[in-house]
Write a protein that binds this ligand. Structure first.
Ligand code: LLP
Length: 390
């Protein structure tokens, strides 16, 4: 993945920086779109995973819609050129201002997370003599078998409407028909899900709720099953593109539709994770009695996932020369004044020196977007693959 030309260009650049492989991004998007097409499935991209302009432009051009979680993300999606009728707006705490922004933009649907929110959207729509399209985000109580910080579909999570609140929702919908229209039901059970059986269980739940609504006279148009498809953090070069065919075929097999119904997806990570790499330099090598440390110029301020979730990211030394000398185990740490500022412990790398380039892989999703200026760190820098001559 890192050719000599790329490494040569990186050698000339100031680090840390995010390197984006735009051809891999394009191929990934194409594969996803091609795999969804035979079933007529609709894909929305979860902007929260990465809202870099260049990345978003590729996604918009691939014909994918947008899944936003703030008024600013809605405005960003519109600015990039996503058609409002392909924009959905989710989030457990939408402010009045954000709801108004989305109403003004004429988005496709609000994914509504509580009965109270349903009333507020209705009131704000009434004030504009508008009608808001809504999908109810139902918490299906499905265990995503993923890191507990990124599981969202359990009863104990703050997300979504609990099943016992659905009758209240129907009453609110009935009382406010002029200003809110129920177009769908929405689910999302968690992120970085690699066991496709989780999606099978989700399908079972979606079927139950689809029938529940149908029996009560609401044949919703949209079944939105959220996102969550995981990627391979261990071996990014072996499987740079996830098996979208296997993923969509699960829904084809286990999620029957009533006539006229559409299935929508909200993929984030699976579309963008592998195209991004955080590139850093070794500032110092500290050889201790028990441990060796590589101190990098990148830290948790550029990529927070390891510090926040103990997430694994593959760490590689980038060099035009073949590794010489023995492999060494290093704790790879950043410069930030926090003990959790560590990218990996006991990482086996070729003997490394001050100035060596270090790549932290699979950083395209929830990397740059979660960066912070803590310690008054620099703004994020970039290198895009199309800036490099072949
Ligand atoms: N739809 C909803 C309602 C979501 O909450 C999310 C992600 C997605 C779609 C997209 O999920 P994806 O396909 O990317 O898994 N910062 C964490 C991940 C948080 C995910 C939040 N929700 C991380 O770095 O792993």
């Amino acid at each position: 993945m890192f050719t000599k030309n790329i490494i040569a260009e990186l050698e000339r650049r100031e680090t840390p920086l995010y390197y984006y492989d735009l051809s891999l991004l394009r191929d990934t998007l194409q594969k996803a779109v091609d795999a969804a097409a035979p079933y007529g499935y609709h894909i929305h991209y979860a902007l929260k995973a990465n809202f870099n302009d260049r990345v978003l432009q590729y996604i918009q051009q691939a014909g994918i819609g947008a899944d936003c979680v703030s008024g600013n993300e809605v405005l960003k999606a519109v600015e990039i050129g996503f058609s409002p009728d392909k924009i959905v707006f989710a989030g457990v705490g939408k402010s009045d201002k954000e709801i108004n922004q989305a109403l003004d933009a004429g988005i496709f649907a609000f994914n509504v997370e509580s009965v109270q929110e349903l009333s507020v959207i209705s009131q704000l729509a009434r004030a504009k003599s508008a009608k808001a399209r809504v999908a109810l985000r139902i918490n299906p109580n499905v265990d995503a078998h993923t890191h507990h910080y990124i599981t969202t579909g359990l009863d104990e999570n703050k997300f979504g409407i609990k099943t016992w609140e659905l009758n209240d929702c129907l009453a609110t919908l009935k009382a406010n028909q002029e200003n809110i229209e129920l177009i769908g039901i929405h689910f999302h059970v968690g992120s970085q899900i690699t066991d496709l059986n989780v999606f099978k269980s989700l399908c079972t739940k979606v079927n139950e709720f689809n029938q529940w609504f149908d029996e009560r006279g609401y044949r919703v148009k949209v079944l939105n099953v959220g996102g969550g498809l995981g990627v391979d953090y261990q071996e990014p070069d072996e499987r740079p593109i996830v098996d979208f065919e296997a993923y969509f075929s699960i829904f084809d097999q286990f999620l029957p539709k009533f006539p006229g119904q559409e299935v929508h997806f909200e993929l984030g990570r699976a579309l963008v994770a592998q195209c991004g790499t955080l590139v850093s330099r070794v500032l110092y090598v500290k050889n201790g009695l028990k441990k060796n440390f590589l101190v990098l110029d990148a830290g948790m301020t550029e990529l927070m996932r390891p510090a926040l979730y103990q997430a694994y990211h593959k760490i590689e030394r980038l060099s035009m020369d073949a590794p010489h000398g023995e492999a060494v185990k290093y704790d790879v740490v950043g410069p930030i004044c926090e003990s959790t500022d560590c990218f990996g412990k006991e990482v086996t790398l070729p003997v490394s020196h001050r100035g060596d380039l270090i790549a932290i892989r699979t950083a395209g999703a929830y990397g740059e977007v979660m960066a912070s200026r803590y310690n008054l760190r620099n703004e994020i820098r970039y290198l895009y693959s199309d800036e490099i001559e072949e």
